[in-house]
Design a protein around this ligand. Sequence first.
Ligand code: NAD
Length: 502
Amino acid sequence: MTFTVKPCAPKTVGAKAVLSRPVQPVWIGGEWRILSDTFDSHDPATGELLTRLSRAGQAEADQAVEAANRSLIGADWAGMLPATRQALLWKIADLIEAHADELAELECLDQGKTYATARFGELNGAIAQFRYYAGYATKLSGQTITPSIGYAPAGKQVMAYTRREPVGVVAAIVPWNSPLLMAAMKLAPALCAGCTVILKPAEETSLTAVRFCELIEQAGAPAGVVNLLTGFGHEVGEALGTHPDVAKVAFTGSTEIGRRLLGSAQVNLKKLTLELGGKSPAIVMNDADLDLTVSGVARGIFANSGQVCVAASRIYVQRGIYDHFAQKFAETAQSLRLGHGLDPDSELGPLVNAGHARHVADIVDAGRASGAEVLTGGTREADHPSFYHPTVLTNVRPDMAVMREEIFGPVATLTPFDDADEVVAMANDTQYGLAASVWTENLSAAHRLGAQVRAGTVWVNCHSYFSPELPKGGMKASGWGVENGAFGLDNYLENKTVCMLV
Ligand code: NAD
């Protein structure tokens, strides 16, 4: 059957207005500026030019860092009452909610994802982030401590307390797979803690960041508290990572760039949180509820066309149900309808661009050449080069690139296993440790496997579930530190001890 992509246009007035601008601006110190240097952004489904963005570099990074440092200690922000900061965060959530349809349309056009994923998964997630951390803004407190060691002169006492202070200027560097949600996961806790921020979206998907920052301005954030720099990773990203006056980098992206940022951080020993790549296993036991598992694991790998850090890319199935599972899973993969993200009939959109789809095809082809069998998929659309069909591979070996590398596309491998010890060793045979899921009706097996798999999150009978309260981070090469919840907030706060003789 010939594959066609229905042309789709946004319906909301807001999305149309954003797209009608000749060039999108950056936001520095409260001022919106169009830069003379620009770069293009394309609709991944059609390859058509979507918009032009300002291309920031070292000079703009210096200006934004200076503005953010000024605002950090300015009375408007440093002196803002916690309840006012709480109201600001809540207002940002309200504005995202009021503009969610428009933001979802922009995200689909820019990134390729389906409208349902953008609107009901990611936009709702972003709103929840701001509402969750709004509550925390009035609950940041230190401790009073009675020291155990005395101090001269005799008769005096030592009293101490701790203060929780913002870590300083934060560079929030985000990837292209879930642009607005990833930005919200950094800005909400950073603003709650009283930090100031420079947001650097991925060059492939910067459009919603521009609109998001306009809403932050509309919510009443003082000038310079949030700044936006669009541009390339090796230019403006590098300038922020190496900047001596950036106190912290909150990074989500590839393990390769995470390693690079570790080096850059040495300049001032800036704090780093690194949310990096993954190669997450799904472990399916003989007693799993088969229908629930097939659809849950399929969502775990194919949602957002596999461009999800926690994607269930390595699927291990116990031998008793392996053949049955493989057949049903391949049928499910094959049934998914590909199309433009804004087409209501689409279940999967394109990959972020043709170059990335080529990369996915190359890894699958290399696996095939070394003996992997394609149960379904394994093809790219010649006339629509960003589209890659949902793919299921069997007969894979642990040394193959399809089993070791993060493909970041709609590609799953199926491997049979016999017992729990064997599957734990297989699941842990990776440099990554981001997430895993266990599918079983046996409570003891679920808890035992959950404890033995080395991953930042383990789901039981579900995959890719997130909520702002739940810490999310990676072990091994999947990263440093966590986002979300109270643990996530700690990354944006310093503990200061004040000690006095009384
Ligand atoms: P990437 O590492 O190429 O880019 C991420 C961001 O870093 C972009 O904004 C990019 O411009 C910037 N960047 C690039 N070079 C830089 C440099 N030298 N200095 C500073 N910044 C630089 O990642 P990507 O391809 O955009 O995203 C996909 C990756 O993100 C995958 O590996 C995926 O697993 C990961 N990811 C992880 C999580 C998580 O929570 N662990 C979530 C989503 C995505």
